[in-house]
Write a protein that binds this ligand. Structure first.
Ligand code: UD1
Length: 417
């Protein structure tokens, strides 16, 4: 089993380009099966575990996928399968997005329940309810979902919570459905906009993505597209936190500063100098970060839950007491225990964490417990005195392309063993 060995203490300085967004490329790959007319070409696809598992799912369904660097070509012209087995579904949460896509293409699907990081309960009731409203019958038997829709029907539906995945599933199921589907209380995340842009590039007619009302005019057929995936906003925030916590100075290229606004404003409150221009963000860290209070995670444009663990790690070294409230995923504070092994002082009570800043962390043997929790340990290790060994790094591999090389390029001392 691989581990990361990090010698802390070096400021993270220099410039890198941020890879394509994991959470955008996964639904875009699922959407590509809706095109039975030509070959999709998708650029800026990061080489990471969740993307590679999604490619395995596509191949299982009978899709021809080839990779050349960060460009994937997807040929879904042949008759596609309807079934995704448990061993593939269980490897990532976003495998559930295939439900809407397969049903739109084949009118039936048999998929097992999805897996993914253990962040507390991750039900799929909103996905099921939305698809049922569009005319699907969904039966659960022995861990499998059997979905059927002889004829999907358009309608106006409202999500009781703006779930990212349920919004994506609805868009996928509705774009080939005759008539007008209106989704209210939709998620507004930039990755939703990227999915809509990709579907529209294939000839779909979707407007309102990025607002809470998305309108989908059903079209009869989609054609192939050439599309570039948006930059990964959570990877960008990760590198910014690495620089902030080590007293560094970093320039990130291939970013969309607008997507990072909430995180950038919190980093500025910590005393970082942050400049954003076109597709570049620069951060200069102060000698010591200041504590910040009342970070509360919320759907976009609120503070992203995926950045919560990253800030938790960074704030362990801030001057004063910080507080974080986690409103989206119950178990996101699991990493606090690992950070405590490094000398952090964090008190967790239900969905609140109080972080009393310490003047230094020490290297320790720690274990990643989920993707962003793993990245949080990297952030802490870069700033700690001595050597930190992180195991279970398969979690980190889910979401970061070239992490070790990037960090070493930025002056850190990281080895993968
Ligand atoms: C996506 C992201 C994930 C991010 C999350 C919130 C991908 C691949 N993953 O996950 O990185 O942390 O958005 O920004 O894009 N919920 C239900 N019932 C449902 C669906 C969701 O109760 O049917 C709840 C979840 O348990 C959670 C909240 O809604 O508490 C948000 O989940 P959702 O927005 O669906 O997140 P994901 O799409 O799973």
């Amino acid at each position: 089993m691989s581990r990361l060995v990090i010698e802390g203490g070096a400021p993270v300085c220099g410039s890198i380009a941020v890879h394509g967004a994991k959470n955008a490329v996964l639904p875009i790959l699922a959407a590509s099966i809706l095109c039975d007319d030509g070959v999709n070409v998708i650029h800026n696809c990061p080489d990471l575990r969740d993307v590679n598992i999604t490619i395995e799912i596509l191949r299982y369904l009978g899709v021809k996928v080839t990779r050349m660097g960060n460009t994937l070509t997807i040929d879904a012209r042949k008759r596609l399968g309807c079934h995704i087995p448990e061993h593939l579904m269980q490897q990532l949460r976003s495998s559930i997005i295939f439900m809407g896509a397969i049903v739109a293409r084949n009118h039936k699907a048999k998929i097992s329940m999805p897996g993914g990081c253990e962040l507390g309960p991750r039900p799929i009731d909103l996905h099921n309810k939305a698809l049922a409203e569009l005319g699907c019958t969904i039966k659960e038997k022995k861990g499998y979902l059997f979905v059927r829709a002889r004829k999907l029907k358009s309608k106006t539906l409202t999500l009781s919570f703006p779930s990212v995945g349920a919004t994506e599933n609805t868009m996928l199921a509705a774009c080939l459905t005759p008539g007008v589907t209106v989704l209210e209380n939709a998620a507004k995340e930039p990755e939703i906009v990227d999915l809509a842009n990709f579907l529209n590039a294939m000839g779909a007619s979707i407007c309102g993505a990025g607002t809470s009302t998305i309108t989908i005019h059903g079209v009869t057929r989609l054609h192939a597209a050439d599309y570039t995936v948006m930059p990964d906003r959570i990877a960008a925030i990760t590198y910014l936190c690495c620089a902030a916590v080590t007293g560094g100075n970093i320039t990130l290229h291939n970013t969309v500063p607008e997507h990072l606004e909430t995180a950038l404003s919190e980093l500025a409150k910590c005393g970082c100098r942050v400049e954003a221009q076109n597709h570049t963000v620069r951060l200069v860290a102060p000698p010591r970060l200041m504590a910040i209070e009342n970070i509360t995670t919320a759907p976009y444009p609120g503070f992203p839950t995926d950045a919560q663990s990253l800030f938790l790690a960074m704030l362990t070294l801030a001057d004063g007491t910080s507080s974080i409230c986690e409103r989206i995923f119950k178990s996101r504070f699991k990493v606090a225990e690992e950070l405590q092994k490094m000398g952090a002082s964090i008190a967790v009570q239900a969905d609140h964490a109080m972080i009393s800043g310490v003047s230094s962390l020490k290297g320790a043997q720690v274990s990643a417990c989920d993707l962003r929790g793993g990245a949080a340990l990297v952030i802490a290790a870069l700033a700690a005195k001595g050597t930190t060994e992180i195991d279970n790094i398969h979690f980190i591999d889910r979401g970061y392309d070239n992490l070790v090389a990037n960090l070493n390029h930025l002056g850190a001392n990281v080895k993968r063993i």
